[in-house]
Ligand binder design. Sequence first.
Ligand SMILES: [Zn+2]
Length: 167
Amino acid sequence: MNRLKAFAVISFIVLSASSCAPKEKQHESFLQVDSQFQDYVSNFEQVSGAEGQSLAISDLVVQFGTTPSLNETGVCEWAENETPKITVNQRIWNTLNDYDKQEVIFHELGHCVLRRVHQNSEMMAYNGSQTVPASVMYPYRIPGTIYRDNMVHYHDELFDSGKKNQF
Ligand SMILES: [Zn+2]
């Protein structure tokens, strides 16, 4: 009887100890990028490396699907211990040029990989004659030509390590 009681006490201690152990990652890394997006995701990794923080994306889904509103090109769903998921509206995607597409995917990866929130600020464009969004994390899509003409700034700003992990 005493031995049984001792066993019960030990089991209790072991269980308590495991509940205090550091929280383990609850999901396996999962990578599934639809072929239409692969070049942009690879480009994001390359630019990140060029900006001084090389990263290899290993946990991400990028796919076509339904966005919350008809005019929304893409959406990032991110939750603790889940594979981040980017969903892109195919009807809009098919109307975009390469710069538009890179801007859209970099914006969503900004959320889903860099964990950045939206930035509303604007700046004077490099041509000095118009005000443009100061960040790819602007809440609305940046036209491909504006993105292209200010790309050096946009990439510097996006991968600024001080701006990571805003959520
Ligand atoms: Zn966004």
